[in-house]
Design a protein around this ligand. Structure first.
Ligand SMILES: NCCC[C@H](NC(=O)CCC(=O)O)C(=O)O
Length: 445
């Protein structure tokens, strides 16, 4: 059966803001307290989704989360009416309030790890929502993420859903941002490549010194077991701990892969030559690596431009496209590398630039915004078609954003009870547009 790679992008939620919540993520830290524009952020994301749909790619939408997260604030001891909860949190714990208002679920590369049916023992597509334990504001996503994934991929004949791993640092799991699947054809068994920052149960292994390694080897191994992957279909690699300390908080900031191509920086992995060899062997010798030398693009340039946070796509006409953020064009060294790459005879044929500045300013590029789900024709027909991008859904969602979103948000606005009302009424309407049922806590009380 023919199979395709679908990209499910996170729709940016109405509370998108810059709160500097992610220690180790340079953009998040540098833009703390800047004014955000949630409306523009959502429209920029939708424009990318529509463009991929127009290229003939299968494109889906994943709904954002309910924020402000009143339910978490109540768990933390804030009481009274919703308005009183917001006011008390703003007064006594403004940083906790900010964490409970983040629109960070937009970066759906962190939503889950997905294994296509060709790789799994039971022949189903498997999903494990990432626990995102390392950052409090992200650790409160996985439950609702799981419900949104179940509402998007609900047919039990084809889709299997697991709960997130235990929410402790030993099993820190950042999902598909640290997972890539290689294959020759999407419908054939592939090689799932799990990249981790540290080994939690082995203190003798190297680890970053300055910034956290969010993802552990043990988390990846547990996901591989739960998904029923075969030993020969899995390769593990450790991220170079030094580059984590230079701001590479996820592997998708320094490497991206698709089919039989790995595009990465030469300093991406610990013992990089062994990693390349292991992947090549697992791929039966047919594997291509495009490795960018530090002499042309430094790790700092990669972190600043998000060159590797690109989408490497196989277009319907067979060409390979690299989808990059505008920041790549604005960096002289990166752009000169890319111009050479495009005109050379390597595996990357074309470039497409997108303006994703609102998301980029929080450390999320084109690849962070999407969750890849490779599916065969039967699975494609079985997922929730109301979440599939097309011309009608694009204009419906644009109109929905125009009606519900603000174009300016500061930390001081997060306690505004009106923002909570706006956000909930927008999401209530969205669940109808996307036919999701009651996935949000406020719809379930
Ligand atoms: N894959 C990209 C994830 C970016 C995300 N940034 C944030 O959460 C920043 C939020 C803020 O600082 O307001 C993160 O670091 O996990």
């Amino acid at each position: 059966m023919k199979a395709f790679e679908a990209n499910f992008d996170g729709l940016v939620g109405p509370t998108h803001n810059y709160s500097g919540l992610s220690f180790g993520n340079v953009a998040s830290q540098n833009n703390q307290a800047n004014v955000s524009n949630p409306k523009l952020a959502a429209l920029q994301g939708l424009a990318k989704m529509k463009a991929l749909h127009d290229m003939g790619m299968v494109q889906g939408v994943l709904a954002p989360q309910e924020r402000p997260d009143i339910f978490t604030l109540r768990r933390l001891g804030f009481t009274g009416s919703d308005t009183e909860v917001l006011a008390a949190a703003a007064k006594d714990a403004p940083r906790i309030l900010a964490a409970c208002c983040s629109a960070s679920s937009m970066w759906t590369a962190n939503a889950a790890t997905v294994s296509p049916s060709a790789d799994t023992a039971d022949g189903k597509v498997h999903f494990t929502p990432a626990n995102l334990t390392n950052k409090f504001h992200r650790s409160i996503e996985h439950e609702t993420t799981g419900r949104i994934l179940q509402a998007t991929f609900s047919d039990e004949k084809h889709f299997a859903h697991h709960p997130a791993l235990p929410g402790v640092e030993h099993f820190g799991d950042e999902g598909a941002a640290n997972h890539t699947r290689f294959c020759h054809e999407y419908g054939e068994a592939g090689v799932e490549f799990f990249v981790y920052g540290r080994a939690a149960f082995d203190g003798s292994r190297p680890a970053p010194q300055k910034y956290p390694a969010r993802h552990t080897l043990e988390a990846s191994e547990a996901v591989a077991r739960n998904h029923g992957l075969s030993d020969k279909g899995v390769v593990y690699a450790q991220q170079n701990p030094d580059v984590i300390d230079e701001g590479v908080f996820h592997n998708d900031v320094i490497a991206v892969g698709n089919r039989d191509i790995l595009f990465c920086h030469e300093r991406a992995f610990l013992d990089q030559s062994a990693v390349k060899q292991e992947l090549t062997e697992a791929m039966g010798g047919r594997f291509r690596v495009v490795e960018v030398p530090a002499s042309q693009v430094s790790v700092q340039d990669a972190v600043q431009s998000y060159l590797f946070n690109s989408q490497l796509l196989s277009l319907p006409d067979g060409r390979t496209l690299l989808v990059i953020p505008e920041e790549c064009r604005n960096n002289e060294r990166v752009w000169s590398y890319l111009t050479e790459l495009e005109s050379g005879d390597g595996p990357i044929d074309a470039l497409q630039v997108f303006d994703l500045k609102q998301s980029m300013s929080n450390g999320g590029g084109p690849a962070c915004l999407r969750l890849r789900v490779a599916m065969n024709e039967a699975e494609l027909a079985a997922f929730n078609q109301s979440t599939r991008m097309n011309d009608t859904l694009y204009s419906t969602l644009n109109d929905w954003v125009e009606r519900h979103y603000r174009d300016r948000l500061l930390e001081a606005d997060l306690a505004d009870p009106q923002l909570l009302i706006e956000s909930r009424s927008a999401l209530d309407e969205l669940t109808q547009i996307l036919n999701l049922g009651s996935v949000y806590p406020f719809q379930r009380v």
